[in-house]
Design a protein around this ligand. Structure first.
Ligand SMILES: *[C@@H]1O[C@H](CO)[C@@H](O)[C@H](O)[C@H]1NC(C)=O
Length: 440
């Protein structure tokens, strides 16, 4: 047990230590990379003003980035790389998608100043950027962070040889890994509005370790020292790719084919089962996308997530419309209004789904070959779909004009058509080519 004066001393030193400490975070999925952040009390009390941060990393990294925001898209990103002259270059960037963020030259772009203590160490093994940002509490695109409570941050890095440029717009390639974390900014308070990284006393207890270091979910929760790790990188890359592949398959291939099955095969059972399976796959792909967007805090914030959700929600009633159409056809031996609603509702939403997919590729920063492949396949299927329908219509006309329609049914008017619709529950597979196509 301590004496009262001892505990008072301890409390005082604790208080001053807390008051003058920056927060440090060293991502467990990086090697020797650390971020440090300090908020002067004057900035904290007024809600705006200078923020200080340090990025230090082995020179085995080609570039290292720190960003304010809870996900890459819309974040305020500060990139550091070697300038080739023994110091480092700072590059403020803004990411409007998952593609390479561009240099932020807007008036609201971060005003970064490289401070003393920055540079490549004499042994050439580490690089450090001590940075002052004059306007980092809010930025281009409407983002902002709190200087007094919990604030979201992101980090990313790539190993590789030095970029050796003093230019801020160096071409960089995609990160090896990322981290998403939040900081209790009240614990990053420093006394004076000056470079807090010069005093060696900025030593902080390493806030780095991130729990299990699990790649996937936000497992690592490190609440010590004001750091909460919500995601240690690499998460979602595979899930997002799976989301993209499944939904591309559904909207670009399966739905159009399933729609064509009706006129080409004339089987409503085949059509229903095919589209039903596609529908379930769509829900699976959508669920994954929903989860990933939620994790990245991006839900309903981009045209892709908004349009994608709208399309899926609108499609939820399509099976019902299909069933009503079927019932109508059985009852009236011809199409009714509900039939046309079912058909055109489906067609419009298929096209909207393909557009949403394109926006998704854009959001993911998809490379040119992927964009080209997606566009070409979509266009080919679109044309094939069109030709399929046209061929069906022409062959109907043809049969009609040579009076081969022994049923005496006028193929041109839906009203005159006779139902090929079997009773519900029968497993009807149209074997007779003469009948095909009358249903749709
Ligand atoms: C790097 O640049 C900053 C800002 O100009 C300066 O304060 C620092 O001393 C430089 N570091 C080295 C190693 O030259």
């Amino acid at each position: 047990m301590k004496t009262s004066s001892g505990s008072l001393l301890a409390a005082l030193s604790w208080a001053s230590a807390v008051y003058s400490k920056t927060i440090q975070y060293c991502p467990s999925n990086a090697n020797g990379l650390c971020y440090q952040i300090g908020v002067p009390s004057s900035s904290a009390s007024s809600g705006s003003g200078n923020i200080y941060f340090q990025i230090s990393a082995p020179t085995s990294y080609q570039w290292v980035a720190l960003g304010t925001g809870s996900g890459m898209v819309g974040a305020n990103i500060f990139l550091m790389y070697q300038d080739g002259l023994g110091n480092v270059t700072l590059s403020p960037r803004h990411a409007s998608s998952y593609s390479t963020p561009s240099v932020d030259t807007s008036s609201t772009g971060p005003r970064l100043t490289l401070l003393g203590g920055s540079g490549v160490s004499s042994d050439g093994k580490t690089m450090v950027a001590n940075i002052r940002c004059a306007n980092c509490e809010s930025w281009t695109g409407g983002g902002s962070i709190s200087l007094t409570s919990s604030a979201g941050w992101i980090g990313a890095w790539k190993a590789g040889s030095s970029l050796a440029t003093t230019g801020a717009n160096a071409q960089i390639s995609q990160h090896d890994d990322t981290t998403t974390f939040s900081l209790d900014m009240s614990q990053a308070a420093v006394n004076s509005d000056s470079n807090p990284f010069l005093q060696s006393s900025t030593s902080t207890s390493g806030g780095g370790s991130s729990g299990s270091g699990d790649d996937d979910t936000g497992s690592g929760s490190n609440s010590g020292n004001g750091v909460t790790v919500s995601d240690t990188g690499r998460s979602g890359g595979g899930a997002i790719a799976f989301h993209g592949i499944v939904l591309t398959l559904v909207f670009v291939i399966l739905y159009p084919l399933g729609s064509l099955l009706m006129p080409l095969r004339g089987s409503w059972v085949l059509h229903g089962v095919w589209q039903g399976i596609s529908f379930i796959l769509m829900l699976v792909g959508f669920g994954i996308g929903l989860h990933e967007a939620d994790e990245r805090d991006e839900l309903f914030k981009q045209s892709h997530t908004i349009l994608g959700t709208v399309v899926v929600c609108l499609l939820l009633i399509q099976p019902v419309l299909g069933y009503l159409h079927h019932r109508h056809f059985v009852a009236h031996q011809r199409r009714g209004a509900v039939s046309y609603v079912h058909i055109w509702y489906g067609r419009v939403l298929m096209v909207m789904g393909v557009v949403a997919g394109g926006l998704g590729i854009e959001l993911s920063g998809g490379k040119t070959p992927i964009i080209v492949a997606y566009s070409v396949v979509s266009a080919v299927v679109f044309v094939a779909y069109f030709i399929g329908k046209l061929w069906k219509t022409l062959s109907r006309k043809n049969r009609h004009s040579i009076s081969s329609d022994k049923d005496g049914i006028n193929m041109q008017t839906p009203v005159g058509r006779r139902s090929q619709e079997p009773p519900i529950g029968s497993s009807f597979q149209e074997p007779n080519r003469q009948r095909e196509g009358r249903y749709v």
